[in-house]
Design a protein around this ligand. Sequence first.
Ligand code: PLP
Length: 450
Amino acid sequence: MESKEIDSGVLTALAKQMRLSATLEINELVQQRTAKGYKVVHLGFGEATFPIQKDVAAAHREASNITSYLPVAGMAELRQAIAKFQSRRLKNNIQPSQVVVAPGSKPLLFALFDLLQGDVLLPRPSWVSYEPQITHAGKKIFWVETDEEDRHTITESSLQSAFSRAVEQGGNPRIMLINSPSNPTGQAFNTSDIEIISTFCKSHDITLISDEIYSDISFSEETSATPCSGSQFNVGQKILTGGLSKTYSAGGWRVGYAIFPANDFGERVQSAVLAYASECWSTASAPAQKAAAVAFDTSPEMDLYRSQVVLLHKRCTLALYHALRQCGLAVSEPKGAFYVYPSFHPYSKQLKARGIRNSQELSRWLIEECGVAALPGSAFGEDDAGPIGGRYRLRMATSYLYFRDQSERYQDGYRILDLALDANNNLKLPLLDEAIQAIQNAAAKLRLAP
Ligand SMILES: Cc1ncc(COP(=O)(O)O)c(C=O)c1O
């Protein structure tokens, strides 16, 4: 897939490296194909699409006349709701004063990479935006390698090898970012994984940023561990980020947050982030903050909505996972979020015979020849020039498999949410069926000689 360079004789060296995000690019490609009359199954965009919970939607409407700037750190009511919600989840006592709200967690991550010292240890694969954000902050990335054979987990030896490589190459690794459940793999950490990562970071004086934007979309208790739980959070150099975009299907409302530990480290970083925010985005949107305060509530209504959403994501994502396995692809079972990350390397011979050499070319072939849009692993840091063309990995998102358009989302969405908790429901997801069929056809095509 070609990326558009933002060309200019006036840009800084760092700005010249920036590209249009791969996610937006695939969206454009899908639109072009659809406009030409081709049918495309859209597994390329990770945007949650369930209808907004009704009380949350009402709070947003009612707050539309609040037009004043709210405090830089966020509205008191919202910071309190986030602190209460996360205290329950993390089994600790988060205070509202530890929370900073922003227009999405993306700008908060950008600010953190910009403000914290040192280079970054980043799992490979990782969400598309970390790499450009880190590069733009003038930092180096040192990849911590993971594998589907080992559920993309992070081991002591993968950490040690990334750290040693960084030191050998003159880097100064002082930051590590983890994202569990993960975009793009759907994998999530258990307590022993977290113990390994936390201990490693502590012993090397590394700040651990835990991107927990998908933490409520977790398929099992066993794989919902976080480094920010319990009393340990307040003794370490850890920062948690999260937001409204995924569990509550409200990405466009732009509400995210960061939680800092109640210690000297936390206070210093939080002050720097607030100063940055005050000069950059000022505050998040007022109506969206009002609505978010309802969304993060621990009320029975919101707990019900969260459990419905999780069950639907689990059902749809696991169904796609089983279909991919049956097609002979290498893929590990997702533990959360709404992604699967199959590798087509079992078909290496057939792919090479078709002239498909890496994940980008595979992604293009799938969309043009098979009507399946999925993002290439190269967008998540995979090395397409490396062994077996980035291992022919692709990210498939299931979040667009519920509704054909906005009117279907609202006409049918609440019924689908209600059906989620009924164990005997006969919920039909025709877009999921179409996706599975299209992938089966692609695998059948590959098995044939070109
Ligand atoms: C892993 C991950 N982190 C952070 C974000 C940013 O979310 P937002 O800025 O909407 O809070 C996303 C969105 O796709 C994501 O997938």
